[in-house]
Design a protein around this ligand. Sequence first.
Ligand SMILES: Cc1cc2nc3c(=O)[nH]c(=O)nc-3n(C[C@H](O)[C@H](O)[C@H](O)COP(=O)(O)OP(=O)(O)OC[C@H]3O[C@@H](n4cnc5c(N)ncnc54)[C@H](O)[C@@H]3O)c2cc1C
Length: 335
Amino acid sequence: MAEGVAIFAEWAEEGLHPVSLELLSEARLLADELEDKVQAYFLAPPDKETQAEILIRHGADEVFYVFHQCFEDFLDDVASHILAKMIRENSPEILLFPATARGQALAPRVAGYLRLGLTAHCIAFEIRKEDRTLVQIRPSFGENVMARIISLTKPQMATVRPGVFSKAKEDPTRTGRIKKIPLSDEEVKSALHIFKKHPRKAPKVDLAQARVVIAGGRGMGTKEFFAKLYELAELLEGAVGATRPVCHLGWISEEHMIGVSGHTISPKLYLGFGISGAIHHLVGIRNPGLIVAVNKDPEAPLMKKADVAVVGDVREILPLLIRRLKELKGESHEA
Ligand SMILES: Cc1cc2nc3c(=O)[nH]c(=O)nc-3n(C[C@H](O)[C@H](O)[C@H](O)COP(=O)(O)OP(=O)(O)OC[C@H]3O[C@@H](n4cnc5c(N)ncnc54)[C@H](O)[C@@H]3O)c2cc1C
């Protein structure tokens, strides 16, 4: 019989990926509603028992782990077979994956091996108590509606992007079961061969975790003017975000995209310059503190949503704002 709400706990080179704790907080809520337990499936390089304990302290009741040298690298063929085996043996009722690069590579493979349905990029869940169904909510159909999707297969599988849920709080008194899953040499054989690694430069400020986000849209006009946003970000110690068209125009890389196809953010301050505020973009802004929008069009949806809506041309307002902030910083140096 299927039981438990399970998550894939992602290893991210030096520790647990923060999204693992976000998935745990949601899994805990769902499991409590179902009066069930939370499981975490954890694949990592050797000797990561302390990380498994972190998962317990953040809400997991059971951690099933495989620690092996091969997980120093990301071998998705090996990982997806092992995960499918863990899932077959433990048959959870619900299974959540992070919509990270790794999660998005693994979840469809696992779903394929186990012949399961999979709902990508959910932003909320509900439990239909009468039949223990997971209602999976995500923007759909041109993102104009919030679709409520149910799976006809079990475990009910979904992915969730980083930043959608808040991290589970640590409870040092929590205890749970940590179980090693035995592995044969055959199971860690990969068809992948890594020739060379190109480490990616970590962004200065992580968009998903940033307290201040300065975002620009097509209204910025040119790549050169868009670059002014970095100056403002420097002054406000924030991260630069963008809409999808701007990324596609090549003004900034897709890693900076906010919205349904990009990052989910929950900053204390969001400043949007020349952004219309299409639903695809807005669903990426969760629980913001203050929204400030600058747009020529007072009717733009972002302007309607903003706490402070400045009607005007970004070409005038952005340089003014940068100048004023520089003056203020100068004043505070003199003080
Ligand atoms: C399946 C799908 C997924 C998508 N995913 C995403 C996503 O993840 N993220 C995302 O952002 N989009 C996404 N989109 C695109 C989305 O629908 C919108 O097209 C996009 O967000 C609009 O970007 P924008 O606001 O930069 O441009 P526009 O909609 O063109 O808005 C530009 C705004 O700038 C204003 N403006 C123009 N000139 C000036 C000026 N000089 N001064 C001040 N204001 C000015 C205009 O009044 C306008 O409001 C997706 C679309 C689809 C179909």
